[in-house]
Design a protein around this ligand. Structure first.
Ligand SMILES: Cc1ncc(COP(=O)(O)O)c(C=O)c1O
Length: 376
């Protein structure tokens, strides 16, 4: 075979690797990281993705998983066992709260939700069996921003792990490990891969001990990511920094436009000076405020439908963070499983629409939003 030196990483689309003999198999165990055996344990494409994300987040290592959900599952199972207790920010992705409330509770891992007003004063909620606090850097969908340094001071005081879902912010804005978090997770499906063509997750650890545990959980539960999805995500990741700049600048333009629009009742975007954590986000996000925003029109399903039908370019697609703009509807999708009381308490009402701002020309997006809003 000729000596091949490709510039781009090839796709190692194989479930298993070969050995010359038993001696070489022994070397696999004796010299970890030097050989591959089985793609559920490790594969060059998933390792490349893990290494690149780890470099961006500044951890000791990362593990890639089949989805953002399996990343959250791996992080929690790495730290908790039956009989343990988890604190979780009340404003969190609906899938994360479903995992805790509906599934992990069945295997004896208990959860208490921390109300946003008690984010930094949750002493009474800590129990002797509390192991971790789960929160998002920027919450989905109403963009509450957490002061990670302050949160980490609290979790350290109680000797519990701080697990941060950094999906909305990305390491371009915020690196939670540098601010005191112990574990960072991402839905790689979103900004890290960036093109709405991959479902993937990642867990980045601050200590070797946590990394080993996450790796073990990923391998044993079979939460691994396929070689092709790893390859696609690693390819998308190369443009993360460039994409984020445009996502953020477009989102700022749109938030300002929506803020003054007579059909819009409220806008949630940390880049607006009125946002309660505007100053915090400016510092914590290196002057960038992200590509996600939410806004409320009339609390009337027909008005929401007319808005969606009036859009010509922007699709209603219940995901986020792709290069092309999309809208989503938290009440009917991501936060559907919450009780009406929980939805109301968080502020997710009939008229709330989430906008994932892409990297198109901002004028195109403003024109389309105007078309939609004119139908409300
Ligand atoms: C903030 C956040 N975390 C985690 C997830 C779950 O990720 P995935 O859909 O890749 O499993 C999502 C999905 O929307 C999300 O928005």
């Amino acid at each position: 075979m000729p000596h091949i030196k490709p510039k781009a990483t090839p796709i190692f689309q194989t479930s298993v690797f070969t050995f010359d003999d038993v001696n070489e198999l022994e070397l696999y165990f004796e010299q970890p990281g030097q050989r591959y055996m089985y793609s559920r344990y490790a594969n060059p494409n998933s390792d490349e993705l893990a290494n690149e994300v780890n470099k961006l987040e500044g951890g000791v290592g990362a593990v890639v998983t089949s989805s953002g959900m399996s990343a959250i599952l791996a992080a929690i199972l790495a730290v908790c066992k039956a009989g343990d207790h988890v604190l979780c920010a009340e404003e969190i992705y609906g899938g994360s709260s479903s995992l805790l409330t509906q599934e992990l509770s069945r295997i004896g891992i208990e959860v208490t939700y921390v109300p946003s007003e008690a984010t930094y004063t949750f002493d009474e909620l800590v129990q002797p069996n509390t192991r971790l606090f789960l929160a998002e850097t920027m919450s989905n969908p109403l963009l509450m921003v957490f002061d990670l340094k302050q949160l980490a001071e609290q979790t350290k005081k109680h000797q519990i792990k701080l697990v941060i879902d950094n999906t909305f912010a990305t390491p371009v804005l915020t690196k939670p490990l540098g601010l005191g978090a112990d574990i960072v997770i991402h839905s790689v499906t979103k900004y890290l891969s960036g093109h709405s063509d991959v479902t993937a997750g990642v867990v980045v650890c601050q200590t070797e001990e946590d990394l080993q545990r996450v790796q073990k959980v990923m391998m044993t539960y079979g939460l691994n990511l396929s070689p092709f999805e790893s390859w696609l995500a690693a390819r998308g990741l190369k443009t993360l920094r460039l994409r984020m700049k445009q996502h953020c600048s477009n989102a700022q333009t749109i938030a300002e436009y929506l803020q003054q629009h007579p059909k819009v009742e409220q806008v949630w975007y940390p880049g607006l000076p009125q946002h309660p954590q505007h100053e915090l986000t400016k510092n914590q996000g290196k002057g960038m405020f992200g590509g996600m925003l939410s806004f409320r029109i009339k609390d009337d399903t027909e008005a929401v439908n007319r808005f969606m039908q009036g859009l010509e370019q922007i699709p209603f697609a219940p995901s986020l963070a792709g290069v092309s703009t999309s809208i989503s509807y938290p009440l009917g999708t991501s936060h559907r499983a919450l009780s009406p009381e929980q939805q109301k308490k968080i502020g997710i009402t009939t008229g709330v629409i989430r906008l994932s701002v892409g990297i198109e020309e901002p004028e195109e997006l403003l024109a389309d939003l105007e078309r939609g809003l004119s139908k409300v």
